[in-house]
Write a protein that binds this ligand. Structure first.
Ligand code: COA
Ligand code: AMP
Length: 626
């Protein structure tokens, strides 16, 4: 038996032994004597009798072991042309002092702190500082507009917001402070403390807002805070993600399971050891950024690269190769859309020849399916394994992967390879019956999920049960559909719900629909995710006008585009609006979104037997040229 099957079987058959052994790699205040508490199943808890501090594991332990001079975080901003490096000792100092700033404001264990920041080191420092005092951070992606920030504030009820004067996007400055002020105005539970990192490149400062604190001023007089011991089951963070409704889901991550799972994943999935240089090109606002820009690499004493910039245009399609060469990165983790963007701009990879990227051992991709074409292209230009792996905000780490540090397996284009030890992946039909190898169905994971996965949804156990646990008894519903082939390789084909994936960003069509429907000319609408060569998917809106309303399609389109940008954010990339006479529906009034998507993507489709009026569907097909 190979090392993979040994590990997979042990995690399945001797769960306690497997995870208690993995837990030995973590520094505990009180080590666990048992791994899983299933007394409240299906609400599982990992390492119920243990305690620790996550920031002490990410920082103090490496300094105490004599590695304080090792690089912990390298910030590389292609936007300002700057690099800044923090050793473990320096990062510990910054984090302890910012933890002291928070503590001096009375922020303590269990309090929530919203972090709304661009890709600057202070974002990671703020997250780790919260972890240090046992406060629960909730990072909100900087591409979200004020109303989305307000929704998250109202759900998490934070005592503080940590932000910055702004972010830098190609050709434009994103000013955060007006958005924070607006979100506070919209919020029913505004926080009492706002701390602002004033970036010299962007105007706008704490002093412009009464009572807001300046990061640097607060840090100047800060007393460093020691790590607070928390229970392994205490929450480390809440991260909001898109569900099928407009209201985001607050995924809750614990401290102990998270530290164990991420530590295990760094060496076994990614083959990364202490001292290696690891680069995840994502954003701290997404789960990939939480797990693999901040926590994972630091937990194992690697060096993490934090990049502010894009794969193309900052300044060119060689940006990623430049960063690898400059920092001697051993691995890059990015989204397939970024590789497609590089390929589009530089199909022959001429830029690559300018850089020495011999340090690179592996390219990891996730966030969306790695299409075979992009997989082949990246492999051929880089000459290193290109490894797809599949996961979600909810799981926090990979469900299926090619485990580079355990037993690398042959790669198959279009597949993230095999279930990671700890995850028992199945494919069920609509009735809950396991389908045959190669047959498509709902991808599920047998309960319990392994450590590091969501502990639930913030203060909403009912939604957690309803969204994930109620479809098939004993299983977690991933929301993805796909199949497992006869070799046991998983193939993830796409979402089976109304979540869409635009340039690796997870969005809910429901929340875009809610904005579009609020336009005075709109009687009803549907937003679906259609195929996009660069971004994987993009949202496309279909609108029925109110009777008697006359509006130019171009006017309507630009008004709707502006509304979505103002309400949700630029990241929604909502640009397509088509006015249609009616929307195809079932007899019970459900919009046939899947059939609409098939028509828009010019795919084969069958007319559902439950359709209310087949003529509406054929009219739509004719209009869209399907
Ligand atoms: N703050 C504010 N606005 C942001 C933002 C942020 N952090 N990130 C993106 N936006 C804005 C962009 O400026 C753009 O605005 P525009 O409409 O005014 O041009 C809009 O949101 C869409 O941005 P983006 O999705 O980045 O598209 P793009 O066309 O500018 O670039 C790619 C295309 C492929 C280069 C880019 O999407 C990319 O790098 N993707 C990788 C995604 C990734 O790493 N995902 C993480 C999951 S692993
Ligand atoms: P997020 O929660 O933003 O990480 O998005 C999770 C969703 O992205 C998953 O449910 C999948 O639909 C999709 N996804 C992520 N990684 C992959 C992958 N490697 N292959 C296919 N789909 C993926």
């Amino acid at each position: 038996m190979g090392r993979y099957s040994d590990a997979f079987e042990q995690a399945r058959d001797d769960r306690e032994g497997f995870w208690l052994s993995a837990a030995e790699a973590v520094d505990w205040v009180t080590p666990p004597t048992c791994a899983l508490d299933d007394t409240l199943a299906p609400m599982y808890r990992w390492f119920p009798d243990a305690s620790l501090n996550t920031s002490a594991n990410a920082l103090d332990r490496h300094v105490a072991a004599g590695n304080g001079d090792r690089d912990a975080l390298i910030w590389d901003s292609a936007m300002v042309g700057t690099t800044r490096t923090y050793t473990y000792a320096q990062l510990l100092d910054e984090v302890s002092r910012f933890a002291g700033v928070l503590a001096a404001r009375g922020i303590t264990k269990g309090d929530r702190v919203v972090v709304y920041m661009p890709m600057i080191p202070e974002a990671a420092i703020a997250m780790l500082a919260c972890a240090r005092i046992g406060a629960v951070h909730s990072v909100v992606f900087g591409g979200f507009a004020a109303p989305e920030l307000a929704t998250r504030i109202d759900d998490a009820e934070p005592v503080a917001i940590v932000t910055a004067s702004g972010g830098l996007e190609p050709g434009r400055t994103v000013e955060y402070l007006p958005m924070v002020a607006k979100a506070i105005e919209l919020s029913e539970t505004p926080p009492s403390t706002v701390i602002v990192k004033d970036r010299s490149e962007i105007t706008g400062a704490a002093a412009d807002h009464e009572g807001w604190l300046d990061w640097d001023a607060a840090m100047a007089g800060a007393e460093p805070a020691d790590p607070t011991t928390v229970a392994a089951t205490d929450p480390l963070y809440i991260l909001y993600t898109s569900g099928t409704t407009g209201k985001p889901k607050g995924v809750v991550r614990d401290n102990g399971g998270h530290a164990v799972a991420l530590t295990w994943s760094m060496s076994n999935i990614y083959g990364i050891e202490p001292g290696d240089v690891w680069w995840t090109a994502s954003d701290v606002g997404w789960v990939v950024g939480h797990s693999y820009i901040v926590y994972g690499p630091l937990l194992v004493g690697a060096t993490t690269v934090m990049y502010e910039g894009k794969p193309v245009g900052t300044p060119d399609a060689g940006a990623f190769w430049r960063v690898i060469a400059d920092h001697k990165a051993n691995a890059l983790f990015t989204a397939p859309t970024a590789i497609r963007a590089i390929r589009k701009a530089d199909p022959d990879a001429a830029e690559l020849a300018k850089y020495d990227i011999s340090s690179l051992r592996t390219l990891f991709a996730a966030g969306e399916r790695l299409d075979p074409d992009t997989f082949q292209w990246a492999g051929s230009i880089l000459g290193v394994p290109v490894v797809d792996h599949w996961w979600q905000t909810e799981t926090g780490w990979a469900i299926a992967a090619n485990l580079r540090g355990l037993e690398p397996m042959p790669l198959k284009a279009g597949s993230p390879t095999v279930p990671v030890p700890g995850y028992q992946v199945g494919v069920l039909d609509a009735e809950g019956k396991q389908v045959a190898a190669g047959e498509e169905g709902n991808i599920v994971i047998k309960l319990p999920l392994p450590p590091g996965t969501l502990a639930g949804l913030w203060r909403d156990e009912e939604r957690y049960r309803k969204s994930y646990l109620s479809a098939f008894d004993g299983y977690y519903l991933t929301g993805d559909s796909g199949y497992v082939d006869s070799d046991g390789y998983v193939f993830v084909l796409g979402r089976s719900d109304d979540v869409i994936n635009v340039a690796g960003h997870r969005l809910s069509t429901g929340s875009i629909e809610a904005v579009v429907a609020s336009h005075p000319a709109v009687a009803e609408c549907a937003v679906i995710g259609i195929h996009d060569d660069l971004k994987g998917q993009r949202p496309s809106g279909y609108v029925v006008l109110k009777a008697g309303v006359e509006i130019e399609p171009d006017t309507l389109r630009s008004e709707l585009v502006k509304m979505v940008r103002d309400e949700i954010g630029a990241v929604a990339t909502f640009r397509d609006v088509t006015v249609v006479p009616a929307l195809p529906k079932t007899r019970s009034g459900k919009i046939l979104r899947k059939t609409m998507r098939q028509i828009a993507d010019h795919e084969e489709y069958t007319v559902p037997s439950t359709i209310e009026d087949p003529d509406v569907l054929s009219a739509l097909a004719k209009q869209l040229g399907g």
